[in-house]
Write a protein of this length. Sequence first.
Length: 627
Amino acid sequence: MIPDSGEIPEITLKSLLLSVTLAVVLGAANAYLGLFAGMTVSASIPAAVMSMTLLRLFGRATILENNIVQTAASAGESVSAGVIFTIPALVILGTWSDFAYWETTMIAGFGGLLGVLFTIPLRRALIIENPLQFPEGVATAEILKAGEGGNDGIRSIASAGAIGALFKFGEAGLHLWTGVWEQATYRAGAVFYFGTNLSPALLGVGYIVGLNVAILIFIGGALNWFIAIPLVALIRGLPEGLSPIDAAFSIWSDETRYLGVGAMVVGGLWALIRLRTSLVAGIRSGAEAYRARRRGVETLRTERDIPMQWIGGLTLVSVIPLYLIFEHLTGEPLVSAVMAIVMLVAGFLFSAVAAYMGGLVGSSNNPISGVTIATILTSALLLLLLLGADSPIGPASAILIGSVVCCAAAMAGDNMQDLKTGYLVGATPYKQQIVQGIGVLSAALVIAPTLTLLTQAYGIGVPTEAHPAPLAAPQATLMASVAQGVFRGGLPVGIVGIGMGIAIAIILIDVYLERRGSTFRMPVLAPAVGIYLPIELTVPILAGGLIAWRATRRRGEGSDRGTLFAAGLITGEALVGIAIAILIVSGLSDALALGSGTSSTGGLILLVLVGIGIYRAGILVTTQKGD
């Protein structure tokens, strides 16, 4: 780790130029991937690898310069996710005919900036005082340290990275196997589904977060897929004309997913209650640090955040243009003021929730769409009282609030991952926070033209004569359905309430375990995330946690190469995921296909071999820096 005292090059001209370039490029690539598949790929790890490679062309770069690059570059991917999950809903609803440049840019830029600002006071609470893993933050730090150390650590990451890259390329590029192994059947009037995503990166995430969190995420998934979905099928009947797999996903998408939304609302409130002391202490320590600097007292470089008065001023600057966008849509100053207040409260609340969930499952698996749905649901209910059920602007107004909160929440999770990386490598927090803002604004400037280009080329959401098979934009389509459901009917409010009840029960169990002094705990957001996610994502995370547990029992205490190997798997898959996204945009992806991508047998066998590789790396004790 870099010493606390002294100044080490961090924000340099070469690191800043590369930061802006990668923020724009990775943000644009993930915009397509999110509209096409409903997911994005975290850019922290790919950006770290690219930075270490490219900056060496200009002479030796410090580990902190490379950290600055990955910090800013990952912001482009995150703000892109916040936009594509929500803003296309305005086009789907017919409120916008295209992506208005200034409105889209300001929502992305100022919404993302709010996410950075809201999480600065949480840094000490979530990174220093709370033992959250932040798997991608840890993985990125291991990559940076291994690259700096120049020893066997980089070889462990490189070999695992090659495995992850080849695995992803075989599945998504060559189409030699499908990315999911799944089975479903109808029994006694119900549908039962089980599957697993064939992703080495998810195994790596499970290894890094450990068995406790991995079990809780899987329990949440099992509660939904093994209990809730069959019960709904029995009570309400099976969807007609669908295969068992499609029927299970239809029930999950239309109904039981909202159990997770309710659970995350309660879990988010509880997380804030539990963090209230640390949050207040963080705000006070920030104010005290500012007063100390004014008195001439020197603060450790690694403890310097953006001063609290700057946070307050920048927050106000961000809110004003967003209020003006609201007023432009509604034409009602009072309604727009209420929208701005709801946006601020929900933005802070769900930024904290997203930051906490990022510490549990990482940025790539952080269910930002879940907290956005909760925001849109709450906002729509409030606007329903103000505007009435027949309001033509009600659904769009809720989407606008949700879009800002989604950008903020996406940036909050990413910002905290990057600050975790910085904490592990000895970076200066306020410099990371500055370049996060630069990355947000850089990506925001190009996101509207990117969406316009994709709309003209492929269409988005709604089939038309010109684009009969448009980009699905699954998250934005869901947001539009939720907003319309509140004003036009059809929203499963009862299921949301049941999810809240489940979360309360989990909280009570965790309080009991805490009082008993149990080493096994049940933080409510972990199972809430599992309830919301497809179970195929929770299975490999559980497998990774089991591998970590078994390797620790075999190895004993001490650092191991398993974490480096897991970081490499995440790196390789993320790099190829972005490369394939670029190929898809350029129309070249189909030329690579060698198979039909319908069989999962080969991928399943290979994933088992990857799991054995993680275990073998995990039983090797290491003591060298970066090893």
